[in-house]
Design a protein around this ligand. Sequence first.
Ligand code: NAD
Ligand code: UFG
Length: 341
Amino acid sequence: MSQHVLVTGGAGFIGSHTVVQLVNAGHQVTILDNLSNSSIIALERIKKLCTGPLDFIEGDIRNPSLLEKLFSDHDITAVIHFAGLKAVGESVEKPLEYYENNVGGTTQLLKAMQHAGVKTFIFSSSATVYGDPETLPITEDSPRSTTNPYGQTKLMCEHILEDLDQTQDGWKIILLRYFNPVGAHISGTIGESPAGTPNNLMPFVSQVASGRRDTLSVFGNDYPTKDGTGVRDYIHVEDLAEGHLAALNYLLEQPDNTLQAINLGTGKGISVLELVNAFEQASGQQIPYQISPRRSGDIATCYADATRAKSLLGWQATKTVEDMCNDTWRWQSQNPNGYDA
Ligand code: NAD
Ligand code: UFG
């Protein structure tokens, strides 16, 4: 059944891929994005990949009058909420900006939704809410804790949504906890375009492969893992986008007052050196690296138990590490500076 979905942060990395899939599945989509970490070029590219119309509003989720007008002008039936700040290191330097944008912004959005009577909500949460996991793989019932302001904002939003579910009628909510999103659209026209030096492994590796950076620093090779380097559950952004469509379909069939937390991961752990090797194969380029000290706050191993997503949503990741590297490399080669000219 076609829905009119408001996608906040829909011009960003994960949002852009999800918007394309939503429109191409027959949904009506309105993007709300302040372009603080995305670009109008991304929007033009998204539109080219869409088989139907796409509505874009440049604006901020923290603007109550804009939200009120948006909900009164558009017959929105569900919201997928990607908008937010996401850099762990920056959140330590600027905690107030993170709380204001991620927690304040989410609260403003929920208030506007409540006022408009729109109560179907999919939230971009993160495996960061599991902190340093005691057991692996990580299930949705694993204890939650965080070690930095960014993680706190995600956990606080989860608590706000749980309170809403407990105390208010009519909400249908899914907390999607993403593991490590990577990859790009197969066209090579949309992908991750980090500003400045990338914090995350995959964009850094792809920039070394393309010659934009000289050497990768591998943060620690003395972790208790297969080769001593950090192990993560990398998931292709196209699989992640499909997970949002499955979550939307699931919520539409549920009775009111539903809240589910669902991991979106592959269930497989890959080490830093395994990812580097896979990227060398995909790109045909050598990736020089040096072993550097551990990065503060990093954990050894993190991968999902993804069985709940399969049983509730009928969703599972299908793309391989080779797909992730091939698609990232296509995007990187065609757009050496991301969306910047
Ligand atoms: P992104 O930065 O590429 O996209 C976020 C988008 O939100 C950007 O287009 C930005 O311009 C917009 N935005 C930010 N603040 C806004 C505001 N106040 N009003 C309107 N628009 C605003 O990030 P992404 O990687 O696509 O992540 C999307 C969501 O998923 C974020 O909430 C992030 O915390 C979460 N998440 C990301 C990862 C990851 O590794 N990429 C992992 C787990 C969770
Ligand atoms: N790494 C390097 N060198 C780099 C960058 C990363 O060796 O230049 C290593 C890290 O030490 C880690 C692995 O590569 O072992 C993955 O690091 P990322 O920074 O790509 O990802 P993280 O797992 O640290 O964090 C990401 C997001 C967080 C999110 C978390 C869980 O950045 O926001 O996944 O979803 F909370």
